[in-house]
Design a protein. Sequence first.
Length: 494
Amino acid sequence: MGGLVRAHRWFLGVLGAGAVLRVVTMLGYRPALWFPDSYTYIVTALRPRPDLVRPAGYSMFLRLLEPLHSFAAVALVQHLLGLGVGVLVYLTARRLGVAGWAAALATVPALLDAYQIELEHLLVSDTLFTVLVLAAACLAVSPRLGLRTACGIGLLLAAATLTRTIGLPLVAVFAAWLLYRARGRVLAAGVMLAAAALPVLGYGAWFYATYQRVGIVGANGVFLYSKTMTFADCSVMDPPPDLAVLCDPRPPARRPPAQEYIWSPDSALVKLPGITFTDETDTLAGRFASLAIRSQPLDYAASTLKELARSFTWYRPVYPDAEIYAYYRFPAVPPPPPGRYPATVGAELAHRYERGPIATVIVEPYADWMRAYQDAVRLPGTVLLVILALPPALAGLRWRRARTGTAAAFPEATGSEPTARDPAASDPAASDPAAGGSGAVPAAWAFPWVTAVALLVVPPAVAEFDYRYVLPAVPAACLALALAAGRPSFKNIP
């Protein structure tokens, strides 16, 4: 035991600090922190039925914990999942030969960033989603990638997709990676795709039986419409009369954030007959969005890049509005009760779930400690940009060195035959590309890197930027940097 502690002392120190911070958070904010979406999740958990806006994965997670009748227990489990994210990053990096101190350093943003800890204390789906995607990514870079592992990856991606629909595009990313790992052989990718598809199709059948609509949510067109309203110009689009009712005559620079086109009563979409997410309204909104993108592809790209750039600012300017922004900080006063009708229904059911009061109680001095900590310790967006830029830069540097005659020092970057200094010389499996050996080492960092980039790009491309959408990408980005800097060998540590 003493030897294990010494071997992993750097990581254990970071993990211990992260655990202490989470205990202080639970002492300071009891039982948990509420977000506007939280109440919708409670409704679906206690009245199982597909929701039109959000898939039911997180609601089923809440339902599994309902016998405890404690939102504090939900927050505790989410904090444990947050610690598990750090463990996944560390174990994966160490298993692939990264030095202990470097692997521990890669876990610091996930374990010690105050905004990550606050997100874990919110009753929202992001922590669960992060764990599912990261676990799938860690399996995808495991040394031996058999069919059972491929099946596990597919099931994790299915669970992630049914937790947040952004998981669906990742299925294609993972399939492409598995094809690369297997050098074009499709069996592993096929198993993964089948394992991912079956739960999603099953949920889709439940959704169709409920609403007679194809899909797993009924809001894709609405959210894409809100995205296009950041740039859509009807004088350029020339929409037909049925779409023209959705135009906004104001110039894009004077328009509100995208979310206002979904939730504000002043939105042309909200003013249409019926609820916002009827099949007819969603189809109409989707047609408008498709026309806007086809008519103004460069404006769409520029809008997406502008929203993406918000992920990389040094400070955190208020966005999309002060109300939402405040939910991502440890509060000094309890948040007000919900005002919108669907949320009030969720609040009533939440009392039944808790079997007691659900209002957040702020306890000092613990809450004040976490507020002060959040003011001081966070991962600035600019640092995240550097973390994302370094892996391809390091890979390019090694490639150039290999081209200039130093290939012997970098066998993993050239695909040359293993030497006595190469781990493949003593581990036959490391030289098997299909098993993920040195043939796959040059791109070992690339997969978590692509995963992180996809997690950052998709939300501003199909809806809007939100600070909490950035945080799930951070652990994968840090893992990519650790693998790029550590020259992974796919050899297990003792």
